[in-house]
Design a protein around this ligand. Structure first.
Ligand code: GCU
Length: 621
């Protein structure tokens, strides 16, 4: 006869199994929602580590506000693109109206808005075309790699449609093996940055809607079976065990996969399952963990069949314990700042190593160990720089303000962007937080929508923390954070603008906070606007003195929040926004930067730098 303990033990394990089954059922049900809207492209992890043929440079460009190049006068979409077949040939009785050889050019990669005065406000479709020569090789597959195309895009190679994509901030890869031929080839892309009600993001944003092929475009040649995605991270419990998986496109059950870290004399091998995935488990004794103080990266070689890829990966653990955030098992306070992908000095979409080094260099100068990359996945060059420079990262899916949360198609789009964000960037030691959303309305449809996204994110990557930037509400002088979304988050983010959109800066002195969750809290936004070089009294809005005054009072208030574990004031650098028309002050820039777009540091920069350098903000580590 089983003892009480044995019976309850057995019961407990039955309940555990039931809970597990329920969780899996929830994930499977959720994944039914995730049918990728456009299976015509794939996600590649470490694409920037692959040898590639760059397609950068000047592309011929045709601005097509009515999209007549793709839609006929009866608004039927033409598979192969109308103009492609409408080039008049001798004797034809119709005029050629779409002719790239006569068109002016646009630079790629870049947004089109800052390239031509006439395109500064332009929202709509633009056609791109360029020729390239290529020698396809036997037993090789060729992919068109697009770092980002904002917002919807269509691609043809030699007149053959190869893929289309929706989402302006994640990379995707289109197979062009059957379309490419030796010698001269040409590629045509249509990119449409028109904002859409059912878009992600939707119609309203507080950043410039930079359109175009905004990040690198290249050709990647791969063997017939190749490593498309891989995940390698440090096991939270067993400190020197690196675990994860490698997926091989076209891989067969039993095929061998190997992971090597020569510097550590560590290697692990495994075989593919029927799904083409091999679980990886290797012991890495004397591993130096990645941290902001010691951003150690290891060369890691992953090989499978004819394919291999070398990546540079840091290994660290991140978790929570009550209201603590633990990096490598130790409590950490995230001294941060928020950053938009606005290029310093030249403005426009940031997309170069130089842009990344300038922006993150300023964050380091500020004394940061963390940055919130808002409100969409940033360029790989930014993440590589964060890995190298030792900056922890909050990465965000552009679920921003009021999406159509009750529209399953919109959920699928957000899910696809999440897949691309995590699939592409999952091995960056710098990224510790996947943010599901920013300032979304507290409605049941919204909560269900983001709960599904959070479930998916945990399914895709259980080694990181899930967060979101919530809104607060007030009762008298008490700020309350109890949005039901907090239930599905590991770390609570909250945005507040005491001293700018409400109250005077001193209002922070008498403000208390009530956080509805025993979880780590990050104040993911606070701040105020200032025109660099504009001076006056600390009560004069738009002056540097006023902004600095906001920061002084905020720092005092934040230090009184017991579970505060991080902050990312809004924002490192002024950035373009169509919502900011105040002439002579904003001039279509959001001026909440601590630094102007021309690199001028405002007084508040030094107020925050002092607090970060002297560590007078946040619980001592
Ligand atoms: C919001 C929002 C930002 C915006 C900022 C502002 O909180 O998240 O995208 O730019 O406030 O108003 O400046």
């Amino acid at each position: 006869m089983k003892s009480r303990g044995q019976r309850s033990g057995a019961l407990a394990s039955i309940f555990r199994d039931i809970a597990l089954l329920v969780a899996i059922a929830a994930i499977l049900a959720a994944s039914a929602v995730w049918a990728a809207p456009d299976p015509s492209s794939i996600v590649l992890t470490g694409a920037d580590r692959r040898p590639a043929t760059s397609l950068h440079g000047d592309w011929a460009a045709i601005v097509d506000p009515y999209f007549s190049g793709l839609f006929s006068f009866h608004h039927q979409e033409r598979e192969d693109g109308w103009f492609l077949n409408r080039k008049a040939k001798p004797g034809d009785t119709f005029p050629t109206e779409y002719d790239f050889s006569k068109a002016s050019t646009l630079k790629v990669p870049a947004d089109w808005n800052t390239q031509r005065e006439s395109l500064f406000y332009y929202e709509g479709p633009i056609w791109y075309e360029r020729n390239f020569t290529y020698q396809p090789r036997e037993h090789k597959r060729v992919f068109l790699h697009v770092g980002a195309a904002n917002y919807r895009s269509w691609f043809w190679v030699n007149g053959q449609k190869v893929c289309e994509h929706e989402g302006g901030y994640t990379s995707f890869n289109c197979e062009i093996t059957s379309a490419i031929h030796s010698g001269n080839n040409f590629i045509v892309a249509a990119v449409d940055n028109m904002r859409r009600e059912d878009g992600v993001p939707t119609l309203e944003t507080d950043w410039w809607n930079y359109g175009g092929l905004t990040r690198e475009v290249s050709l990647i040649e791969l063997p017939e079976t190749f490593i498309d995605q891989y995940d390698l991270h440090l096991n939270r419990a067993a400190g020197s065990v690196i675990e994860g998986w490698v997926h091989v496109d076209g891989g067969k059950i039993g095929d061998k996969v190997k992971v090597e870290i020569p510097e550590l004399n560590a290697e692990g091998s495994s075989v593919l399952t029927a799904e083409g995935r091999a679980q990886i488990h290797l012991v890495a004794s004397n591993l130096e963990r990645w941290s902001p103080e010691t951003p150690k990266l290891y060369k890691v070689k992953i090989s499978a069949g004819q394919d291999s890829i070398d990546d540079l990966i840091g290994f660290r653990t991140i978790e929570t314990r009550g209201t603590e955030i633990l990096l490598n098992g130790k409590p950490i306070f995230l001294r941060g700042v928020a950053i938009h992908a606005e290029a310093p000095y030249r403005t426009g979409r940031a997309n170069t190593d130089k842009d990344a080094e300038t922006l993150l260099g300023w964050a380091k100068e500020l004394g940061c160990n963390y940055v919130r990359l808002a409100h969409y996945p940033h360029d790989e060059s930014m993440l590589r720089a964060a890995d190298r420079m030792g900056l922890l990262v909050w990465s965000e899916n552009p679920v921003y303000w009021a999406l159509q949360f009750d529209n399953p198609k919109v959920l699928a789009k957000a899910g696809q962007q999440l897949d691309e964000e995590i699939g592409t960037s999952r091995n960056h030691a710098a990224i510790i937080l996947w943010s599901m959303a920013n300032e979304t309305p507290n409605t049941p449809a919204r909560t269900h929508f983001i709960e599904s996204l959070a479930t998916r994110a945990r399914f895709l990557d259980s080694s990181r923390l899930i967060t979101a930037a919530l809104l607060e509400h007030a009762e008298g002088h008490t700020k309350i954070v109890d949005d039901p979304l907090g239930n599905v988050l590991d770390v609570i983010g909250v945005n507040e603008y005491i001293g700018w959109y409400e109250q005077r800066p001193e209002g922070a002195d008498s403000t208390e906070w009530r956080i509805g969750y025993q979880k780590p809290l990050i104040v993911s936004e606070f701040g105020g606007g200032a025109k660099a070089g504009l001076h006056g009294g600390e009560n004069d809005r738009w002056t540097e003195e006023y902004q600095a005054n906001i920061y002084r009072h905020q720092l005092g208030m934040l230090n009184r929040i017991p579970q505060l574990r991080g902050m990312s004031p809004w924002i490192l650098m002024d950035f373009r926004s169509p919502n900011r028309p105040l002439a002579g002050i904003q001039d279509e820039f959001n001026r909440k930067g601590l630094i102007s777009d021309q690199g001028e540091k405002k007084q508040a920069f030094f107020v925050l730098q002092k607090a970060y350098k002297e560590k007078t903000i946040g619980k001592p580590e």
